[in-house]
Write a protein that binds this ligand. Structure first.
Ligand SMILES: *Cc1c(COP(=O)(O)O)cnc(C)c1O
Length: 309
């Protein structure tokens, strides 16, 4: 069974040349998973792959999933579903969006691709995994293949196990950002015994400590909690200027919700001397660049500097 897809997954590691890295004798490479596809980028492609194959294989005609207004997972599901002739339904957090969603670039694009929306209150959204809520959804939308919020389940982790390639065994550390932890789990499962995998949570969610082990067999890994900038989608002037400087100096765009925090954190740890000289680090660029437009509209309203694109 082949998945209809329109993108290349022959991904390169790009060496980062910055004076700070030379000074601390650190080799830093970025795996450019962001180049997989502009919408179904990075880990969202990896997480959808085996789920879409399962949905098609089991004869489903619709995908239903959950997300917030700027969700990369919503954007990716809409696009990947359309490519594979599956109807897509997005259960979106926030009733207030019902009248204004057209002003949101992520939702506008997902809708243009064919996604249908149901806006639910934050209270209802919290109950989204209960039997009774799922029954209500079935009544309204008919039968569907359910993708959890953020797309993390066992098949998603299996897809993320394909991020690391044999040549990546040369690295001492593999680093990624963490939302639900599915990507981190896939990296841990496929890392070599001599490698340590570092996960940088982008929100303060203590539950990650219990969730991640349920998907992981063994391996050396830890969570680095110092770089979430106060929570999910929280940004500071310092983070925005870091993202803009990084792009000017390396040519690589980062998003403010995920990969910006990862690279900010890694560079800060390097400057603080937390990695031995001659360490080789591979950072995973998990994509998410579609989210920049949404964040820029928020920054603009607050009259703050924008992320350059
Ligand atoms: C969704 C997302 C993540 C988080 O992935 P998890 O598997 O949920 O931890 C990281 N980076 C980007 C760019 C994302 O869109």
């Amino acid at each position: 069974m082949a998945l209809k897809w329109c993108c290349s997954v022959d991904i390169q590691n790009q060496r980062i040349e910055l004076p700070i890295l030379k000074e601390h004798e650190i080799d830093l490479y970025i795996k450019r998973e962001d180049l997989i596809h502009p919408v179904v980028s990075g880990n969202k492609y990896r997480k959808l792959k085996y789920n879409l194959l399962a949905a098609i294989d089991q004869g489903f005609e619709a995908l239903l999933t959950f997300g917030g207004a700027y969700s990369n997972h919503i954007a990716a599901t809409a696009f990947a579903g359309a490519e594979n002739k599956l109807r897509t339904i997005g259960i979106i957090r926030g009733e207030e969006l019902r009248s204004v969603w057209q002003a949101n670039p992520t939702l506008r694009e997902a809708h243009r691709t064919g996604m249908e929306f149901q806006f639910v209150s934050r209270v209802a959204y919290r109950l989204k995994t209960t039997e009774s809520f799922l029954d209500q959804l079935k009544q309204r939308w008919g039968d569907f293949y359910l993708l959890p919020e953020g797309g993390t389940n066992e098949l998603a982790v299996k897809g993320c196990e394909e991020i690391l390639q044999t040549g990546d065994a040369q690295f001492d550390f593999v680093a990624c950002c963490v939302g639900t932890g599915g990507t981190l789990a896939g990296l841990i499962n496929s890392a070599q015994p001599h490698q340590e995998v570092l996960g940088f949570p982008v929100l303060q969610d203590e539950g990650l400590k219990e969730d991640i082990p349920t998907f992981v067999k063994q391996g050396q890994w830890r969570l680095v909690w110092d770089y979430h900038f106060g929570g999910y989608a929280k940004v500071s002037l310092e983070l925005v200027s870091f993202i803009n400087d990084f792009r000017r100096e390396t040519g690589i765009s980062l998003d403010p919700i995920y990969t910006g925090k990862l690279l900010y954190g890694l560079m800060d740890m390097i400057v603080r001397g937390e990695f031995k000289a001659n360490s080789k680090i591979l950072a995973i660029h998990s994509g998410g660049l579609q989210g920049i437009a949404g964040m820029n509209s928020v920054l603009k309203k607050k009259k703050l500097p924008l992320i350059e694109v």
